[in-house]
Design a protein around this ligand. Structure first.
Ligand code: NCD
Length: 324
């Protein structure tokens, strides 16, 4: 599906926006992962050139460390100028509307906006008013496409083909934009996704029905049982409790969550001794993951962070770059 304002062409095969993975389809995902792998291998290094003269604005209305910094590093590595705008310290504090802010940034010469916003849909709205490229860096509980792509790249590096890969995603599925985008990406690549968490933090039935199952054999299920989600899993993705998005009373307390779903060395040994661990971060150590697990030998968390830069370079280059 083409989004309003996109213009897929030989130079810009993805069009001009990246708002979520569903609009990319399997072909778009393959293209980005292949470009990121080329960047990793150092082949066709467009370092310092592909985005020279372009201005990338990081427009972040929510806190972020790794996503904002990795977009910034990615854009700089491609030769772009980077400007960071956050809600605090900008005219947003004086009551400026999102659309006015976007129009102002366009008039100032921005070629791309990388947007993080607490409200689902904000990057979609922005893409209707901004003439350049818009990249969704996380909108509310809705989507986080570059996180999904870096997750896919990290798994592909390990397993090659993702068809039939068994992936358990554990924690606060309901409020997690990572769970949604990564699930869609995995399904489009043919993986088996098991969503697992307390009943109140699993998504409503219609959510699952709307997912793109059947591509390359991809399928999805959900369960409250950690043991059944983890059985024979190749990879486990541990999600943070999205307390900033939870309304009170959904779970009786963090200690109950930790008791039932918190991942510890012992629990992994019992339920999924061969699985590798991933987490989008930030990790609340002692909640979703025991403190010793992020740096454990079966953890891919650092690979994910490194792949974040490669994926964001690939995305920016494909959306904005001139062919050299
Ligand atoms: C995630 C996010 O912001 O959605 N973090 C990230 O981008 N690396 C997950 C989270 O905040 O828990």
């Amino acid at each position: 599906m083409q989004l309003p304002g996109t213009d897929a062409s030989a130079d810009h095969p993805l069009g001009r926006q990246l708002l979520d993975v569903d609009t990319l389809g399997a072909g778009g995902i393959d293209l980005i992962l292949a470009e990121a792998a080329r960047i990793r291998a150092g082949a066709g290094t467009a370092r310092g050139a592909a985005l020279s003269g372009r201005i990338v604005v990081n427009l972040f209305y929510e806190v972020s460390t790794r996503t904002r910094v990795s977009f910034e590093i990615a854009a700089r590595k491609l030769g772009a100028e980077v400007v960071n705008v956050s809600a605090t310290g900008s005219s947003v504090e004086k009551g400026e509307s999102l659309i006015d802010t976007v129009r102002t940034l366009e008039a100032l010469g921005a070629d791309a906006l990388v947007v993080r916003h607490p409200h689902a849909g904000a990057p979609y709205l922005i893409s209707r008013y901004f003439g350049g490229s818009v990249v969704n860096a996380g909108d509310g509980a809705h989507a986080h496409p570059t996180q999904a792509l870096l997750d896919l790249l990290t798994m592909k590096e390990r397993w090659g083909d993702l068809r039939g890969l068994r992936v358990a995603i554990v924690g606060d599925i309901l409020h997690s934009r990572v769970a949604r985008s990564t699930t869609i990406g995995l399904l489009l690549c043919g993986a088996e996704v098991r969503l697992c968490g307390p009943r109140a933090l699993l998504p409503p039935a219609g959510w699952l029905d709307a997912l793109p199952t059947g591509h390359r054999g991809g399928r999805v299920s959900q369960t409250v049982s950690l043991a059944s989600a983890l059985r024979d899993a190749h990879v486990i993705i541990a999600l943070r409790m999205q307390v900033e998005r939870q309304r009170g009373g959904l779970i009786s307390g963090l200690s109950e969550f930790v008791g039932l779903y918190g991942l510890t060395r012992q629990r992994l040994l019992e339920l999924a001794p061969d699985a590798l661990l991933m987490a989008p971060g930030p990790v609340n150590e002692g909640v979703e993951l025991a403190p010793d697990l992020v740096a454990a030998p079966n953890s891919l968390v650092t690979d994910q962070v490194r792949n974040g830069v490669r994926i964001r370079m690939a995305v920016l280059k494909l959306l904005l770059g001139k062919e050299l």
